[in-house]
Design a protein around this ligand. Sequence first.
Ligand SMILES: Cc1cc2nc3c(=O)[nH]c(=O)nc-3n(C[C@H](O)[C@H](O)[C@H](O)COP(=O)(O)O)c2cc1C
Length: 545
Amino acid sequence: MIAPMTTHTDPLDIVRHYHQRTKHRPERYAASLGYLDWASQPDPFRRFEGAPGVDLPRPPLRPAPSYDSLFTSTPQAAALDADTVGRLLLHSLALSAWKQVGPGQSWSLRINPSSGALHPTEGYLISGTVPGLIDAPGVFHYAPFSHQLERRAALSDAQWAALAAGMPQPCLLMGLTSIHWREAWKYGERAWRYCQHDAGHAIGAIAVAARTLGWQARVLDSVADAELDRLLGTDQQTGPEAEHADCLILLSPAGSLTPAPGAEAWPARIPALDLLGTANTLSREHHPWPIIDAVADAVCKPGSVLAAQSLPRTDTSPDRGHSAEQIIRQRRSAVDMDGRSPIDRNSFYRLLGRTLPGAFVADALPWAPRVSLALMVHRVTDLAPGFYLLVREPAHEASLRKSLSDQFVWETPEGCPPDLPLFRLIDDDARRAAQTVSCQQAIASDGAFAVGMLAQFDAALDTGGARAYPRLFWETGLIGQVLYLEAEAAGLRGTGISCFFDDMMHALMGLTDTAWQSLYHFTVGGPVEDARLQTLPPYAHLDSQ
Ligand SMILES: Cc1cc2nc3c(=O)[nH]c(=O)nc-3n(C[C@H](O)[C@H](O)[C@H](O)COP(=O)(O)O)c2cc1C
């Protein structure tokens, strides 16, 4: 029996209600159809039929910069041209491969991962002219299948100048939206959370792609959702396949930060759009999930915008020499872990350090971190198995010490770099717990370690209002993106885990209230390939035309 949707009207009450209601419990998973309605499976590709297309280049892979060097130095900033825009999208939101089980049974994978490979995230580019690519400013939808920009609206030079006033030059803006239906089709009520994880992964992917070009990405959080919807033309969409504005990202050469426009500046900056093209239909039929509509509506109410600036983090680890673009392109999820492969202690410490503020990826989010990491260590060489904690923001420590189990010892692990805020909580064989808590998925116990991402839930909602809720998930998704790439660079593989038993994880950590809530899980280890699947290149369908 599904509880009545909600009688709440206050946005914060709706968010809290949604959060509790969509927890998975061993005896009751969050509500979903319980079967897959294949006849209404959503098309993973949104297209705007009739919108003029701009072909993006697919430049060959560059050996430099190396992946590790992204964290130790800033590459020389690339000029704003066709190659730069092509690479930016090719290494963030493009296709990365096709998987095939048999003739006619194939599906695409992307640079950015997605829960169930359903890809609810859509990307937009808002740009002035770009030599050799864009002859007049505009708002463009990114179409990953054809690696094209679809021009949704033309902007005059004056409109683009007003929009980008005070921003570093050159600059680009990217918008992200979510089609909640794509995830809800499979996952029901919990799906809205997964859309937010995916948006966070996409922000992380964009930040890393920008860094390979010597550019930086930063979410402009002062723009209200309604204004962003107007800018992207998504305010004109209705019905279950409508896109919902998530965030606007400023891209500019690294080091060129200027203060973001205040919330009051946006309405006058955003022009009325004359939209081109019509959105394709994704599914023949839809199942309604009113609680998703309610939470989506609650979180787009204006609220406080918090900004923080972190100091660059010093990373002196040796360079393993992998091409950054290669690591980005090869990122995949492990479908199975081997239960054997360890990660060496230094790689583990390096990987954790790169999730911290000051290591450029996290700095794409303009607020002080709200997420710290509970780690279930199974196979880290020279480190005792057990529960560990990475405190990603010094201000979290006192609250975590208060909230977590009083059995925890809070010791500094062997060989831990002094600038890595990592604590050993308790020695334990956490494999069974990791698997059980991850909806019994063995990837969590057969990896080298598993992660539960603990968000400072009450404090974030108290200060930021309902709009803080999706942002907590974005932060976890962004951390997940770093873990995916770090796993690849260490010769291992990662997998995001959005299916977990929320309160069982809280009980493991000794959490008894909602001061801290686990919002996303992750595992890193030695992958076992599925031999039945063939991997095909991402854009053979374009090359053969
Ligand atoms: C937010 C999120 C949650 C995920 N949850 C799970 C999970 O619970 N179990 C699992 O096996 N894979 C999970 N995955 C992995 C996805 O299934 C995978 O990303 C998707 O199939 C695309 O494949 P790729 O990552 O290799 O590109 C998750 C991925 C993301 C981004």
